[in-house]
Design a protein around this ligand. Sequence first.
Ligand code: G6P
Length: 368
Amino acid sequence: DKAEKSGYEHFMLKEIYEQPKAIQDTMASRISQEQVDLSQEISLSSQVIQQIDKVQFVACGTAYHAGLVGKYVFEDLTRIPVEVDIASEYRYRNPIITERTLVIVISQSGETADTLAALREAKKAGATVLAITNVVGSSVAREADQVLITWAGPEIAVASTKAYTSQLIAIYLLGTYFAQMRGTCTVEDAKQIVSELTRLPQRVEAILEQSAKIKDFAAQIVNHEHLFFLGRGLDYAVALEGSLKLKEISYIHSEAYAAGELKHGTLALIEEGIPVISLATQRAVYEKMVSNIQEVKARGAYLLGLTVEGDQELQKSVDAVLHLPETLDILSPVLAVVPLQLVAYYACVARGFDVDKPRNLAKSVTVE
Ligand code: G6P
């Protein structure tokens, strides 16, 4: 059993540590001469790519959270309007689909019943369907018009980790490729994204080296039954994924909030000692984020903050801080999620629950 886990205590931990390789493998053959080249896999002509007037990301669970990142990334890079839907909602909501709609379904297993049903609905309505999946030959891969495989390798733990970060890489590659084709980013911008993408594996590695510190982070929350995650922009999408991870395996109830929305209700729940994990990696909203952090701090919250290397400010407003390696803001989710995965993992271990097989959950939900 231990051999299967390559010496790791649990599959989830092994898979968290496999992320530098998983993301490397997902981008490796798709980058050449500082440009993204997907022409071997995606058979959409540049004319078709230019005519797309709407993108819809459709997925479940963690893959849905990758889609939320996809919205920011695609709108920013390609200027195509993007919707993100939970597959079980999409399939019943009569979405507006035309021949110029690109539906991107994301599914680690490629077998999730709702995602597959959504794919079929979209195809029937005339959309082009592109699948991002980890399983070659899966139902989703077979039925989609276009397929981009994430090369994360088999994921065994129910809580998804390396599949998620690999899905993010697939999204960056697609977004950049489309932007190159549509002329919505300059050659220089594309080069910069590509060069920063290729540095992500070593940057994830650097975060994993801080695991002892992250374990201390986790120790601060294990005896609580409720906590909050806060973020703005891409940090909000990551906060949702961090919150899901924690709920799935540690059974601690948590909620992720867009920090600006706090005042509209959640602030009422902030009381003395409640842990709040705050993400402040997005430079454009950094000041706003710090002021939200101060608001919860003033009400007695215990704050764990995530920020970028070199930031000396955040630590003045939080109880504990973790610095992430520098990268482009747009790529930050790949780094920011890693400590949150480890927090969930260590919290689960400390509380004595089954890491790889959480109660009531299945790795792949193949029935509705
Ligand atoms: C299940 C798993 C989740 C996963 C979701 C979607 O709920 O426990 O980890 O994110 O299904 O799975 P998929 O294979 O479609 O990505």
